[in-house]
Design a protein around this ligand. Sequence first.
Ligand code: HDE
Length: 707
Amino acid sequence: MNAKSAHTDHTTVKLGNETVQRGAGGETHQTAGGDVPTLTTQQGVPVSDNQNTLKAGVRGPSLMEDFHFREKIFHFDHERIPERVVHARGYGAHGFFELTHSLSNITSADVLQREGERVPAFVRFSTVTGSKGSTDLARDARGFAVKLYTKEGNWDIVGNNIPVFFIQDAVKFPDMVHAVKEEPDRAFPQAQSAHDNFWDFISLTPESMNMIMWVMSDRGIPRSFRFMEGFGVHTFRFVNKAGQSTYAKFHWKPKMGLQSVVWNEAVKISGADPDFHRRDLWNAIQSGEFPEWELGVQLFDDEFADKFDFDILDATKLIPEEILPVQPVGRLVLDRMVDNFFAETEQVAFCTQNIVPGVDFTNDPLLQGRNFSYLDTQLKRLGGPNFTHIPINAPKCPFHTLQQDGHMAMHNPKGRANYEPNSWGGEAGGPRENPQKGYKTFPSEVSGVKERVRSEKFADHYSQARQFYKSQTDVEQTHVQMAITFELSKVETPAIRGRVVSHLLNIDKDLAKAVADGLGLEKMPEAAPPARAVLDLPPSPALSILKNGPKSFAGRKIGVLATNGADGALLEALQTTAKAEGAEVEIIAPQIGGIKTADGKHIAAAQRVPGGPSVLFDAVVLLPSAEGAKQLAQDADARDFVTDAYAHAKFIGYVPAALPLLKRTGVVDDAVDDGVIPLKAAKDAEEFIKSCRALRFWQREAGVHAV
Ligand code: HDE
């Protein structure tokens, strides 16, 4: 209800427990909450009334003369900019990069010279396929784009959480992206690759098979941005002061280890909290738990490159860490959220062509294409060539260009000289090139016949896909089988399903059989004829998430389902032990007002049962009173809490009083296992948290999927 009457100019409004005086004029004015700035127009004119348009008479027409209204609506009408054509949904944070191991013998890049030195950084994580408003938990690759504000300019490493890509040549990118996004006639499905167009394209593009293995593995459904790796994907080049070149591949390794969710969980998180990853990063940084990654590099020369089975210019291939170890270089810490999402995260413009002296490109045809695409897309998205003037994109080192004008020019060069050479001399002559300091391209030799071709060395599409699959644990292999079966079951055209299986036969016969059985294929297709014989590469344990678990529960979250009369001492012990581990405890209760423990303490709840399903937690504890358990056993949401935690192979702690709830869900009677842990007294909290370090009780999983 509008608080203003038709007859008064100034009005007093109650907002919560604040009384706000409107229309007082001046730069600030008094409210019960203290001095606040006066609302103004963009021209700085104080606004007296932000509730009513200017009218001719109380019931009369609105007047064109109302410049405040027109300016306000005009600006609102133009609030949206085009979302990114890929990676539209993203979330960013500020931090720093600190050098821990100098690479001064390998590169002249200023940021990689002096150990202990820090530069500011901004990172944006993203999903690839969905629109800005889509769910965080889509099965998809994740963007991992890093901007380092170095003393010699901005260096962008625009990577993904998967070290290989779908295609080898940038000319196929629009096809690939069209195929995975919503189908153009029906405009669905949103943020999903489980549809005909995507798998049609994939089944006709065997070079995508390695990436398909990765994206259908648990890497495609990370638990959090904090628990995923990042990769530069392409081979880049470092150049040192002596002008010598070394090839480099970039790796970001999360300090907290890797973790993913299971698919059924992802589907449910998408409903319960589509912002699950955003919220996680926001909460971690706001509570001072700053996520951290180690930057590592794989360094090699031409001799290594020539001996390696694959072409190091082919972005569908990786170099196993067992063959070429990743050596540590520095650490990336995210310690500050943005002040404003749009100004920073939405307007940040990453460009693969943003490199600094000491770093150079290679002839990877995907990278070469990206160097055109990123600059081009920013022009459309940010509306003109001056997007580098937006603070998030501007370098933090001194910069002087002779570029001027264009939309929204914020800092044209001062003075008379806007060209060179000029004869004005000294400062008046403006900035000049500097052969000593300036960026120099590595003088690699280029020659050849102009033609549209792909190198023969790019032709093996299956060996590394097979190596990836073989390197996974049984649990992870099963997840890949289930993911592909799920996706292909959403494909309506049987021929496409069969064509995908024909490729899987070249990767692993058991994988192909599991998918064919899952789909109910009547007949196993012939294997797709490979362009090159498939190699039996040795497994690379580094490719598995589960073989490299963190062995710590730090950064994870326990959901405690509690009712009035709960054991207060046990709850406190859980909270203290979790805190010591670096983990968090959240209470889920029948009412958001919280609970009263048996010893009479009031404990606030974070979630009410229907809003706090167990999919939002890494482990759960059932902590009702005997009476509470009986009531929870009657409640479908509480039962889902238990059955989901069980089906998702989570550790479940329970007090004896919770037995009626466990029995009603069938968990105790049918299927107790070592992951369902009785908590009889406060001292048991410690053992429980220790068990949780394994993150999941995977032994249970095989038993929970009958189909
Ligand atoms: Fe991108 N990609 N990409 N991409 N990409 C974009 O640039 C493109 C590729 C990646 O958080 C776009 O500003 C082409 C590989 C990330 O703002 C666009 C090709 C990798 C982000 C574009 C690729 C990536 C983008 C859309 C094939 C991993 C989000 C909006 C040659 C190494 C950055 C934008 C952010 C964004 C083009 C392939 C990562 C259209 C042509 C490979 C993380 O320019």
